[in-house]
Design a protein around this ligand. Sequence first.
Ligand code: SF4
Length: 381
Amino acid sequence: MSTLALPAPGLLDPARPEPLPRADDLPAQITRSGLTGRGGAGFPVGAKIAALRRPPAAIVANASEGEPLSAKDTVLLRESPHAVIDGLLLLSDALAPRAALTIMVHPRSAAGVRAALAARPDGHRVRLQVAQERFVAGEATAVAAALAGGEQIPADHPHHLTEKGLRGGPVLVQNAETLAHVARIARHGAEAFRSAGSAEDPGTRLVTIARPEGAESVLEVPGGATLREVLHLAGTEPGMLDAVLVGGYHGRWARPEQLDLPLGPRPAPGVHGAGAGVLMLLDRGRCPLAVTTAILDHLAAQSAGQCGPCVLGLPRIAASMHDLEAGHGDPARLRRRLEAVAGRGACRHPDGTAQLAASTLTAFGPELTAHAAGRCTGWRR
Ligand code: SF4
C-alpha cells in the first residue's frame, strides 16, 4: 500500500541555500532508501553508484529534458534549484571531491540556474552547460558527448559510462530530480525518504501532467500511487479521459480500466512504468491513432542518424501507423516492422518508439477496427 502523505518540505517548495551536511555515509543511505533514477530508466541509484570501479572523473546533474511533454526538471529548477545543486555537491563530497561537476540544463532553465549558482558561496564548484534541444539529448552517453564538446547525441555503440566515460574516467550522470532526492536523503536519512510511497516504490516522484499540445502542470506524488490517485491529486476527472499515455513519448497507453494500477519506476505486470514521469491525457473524443501518428513522426525525425534500424525502421513504423489511421493499414505489417528494430539501436530510441506503437495496437483495437471500416471513434483530432 502506498501512503498519499507527502513529506514536508516538498521537492518543489522553494529553499534557500543551507550549509551542506556531512556526506560520509551517503552511498549507504542511498542504497537503504531504495531511491531509483527519475530520468526514465528507473535504475536503483545505489546499484549505479556501486558499479563505479573508480571515483568518477565527472558528475552531471542532467536536466536536458529532451522529452517534449516533460516539464518536471524545468519546474524543479525554477522552484528549488538549490535542492538539485545540493544533491550534486553532496554526491561529489561522498564519492569524488575532485570530480568535475556540471549541471546540464534545457535552455529555458539556464538563467535561473546561473543566478542560483551565483547566490551560493560554493556555486563556483559547479559548471553550467546548456543542453542541445533534441529528444535523445538526455540519454547518458549523449550528455557525456556534450561534456566532451561534441554533438549531444548517444554514442553509436552501447557502453557503460560508470566504467569509461570522459577522458578514460567514469562519468556519473544523474537526473536532476534524482539529485534533489539525494539531498533530501542526506539531510533527513533513508528512513524519512521511505516514509512516503510504498515498500516497492519508496519516496516521491515529480509527475508532469500533459495533453498532446504540451505540459500543463507538475506535481509531486508518492511512489506506488495509482494512476487514478495521481489524476485525483492533479484535479483531473478520470471519467473525461479515453486513455493516458504513461511515461511520455516512449511510454505505453493505459485505458480507463487500468487506472487503478500503481505507477512504479519500471513497467512490470500490474505496474505502470513512470518513465520520465509524464502522463499525457487523452480526452474522450480525441482520435488516439491521430495523436500516436503525430508522436511517431516526431520520434522518427529525432533519430541521431547513426544506426540503420533507427534511421530506416522508425519512418517505416510511422508510415504503418499513418496507414492504419487512414483505414488501409495492416497491423501484422506494423508488428513485423516493430520486430525488425527490437534491440538493434545503440540506444533505447528504437525500442522506446516501438513500445509506443505496440501499445497502440494493444490498447486501441476497437479504434483500429473502426478506422478500417472508414469511421473514426473520435470527433477531435
Ligand atoms: S538508435 Fe537511433 S538515436 Fe540511438 S544512437 Fe542509434 S541512430 Fe542514434
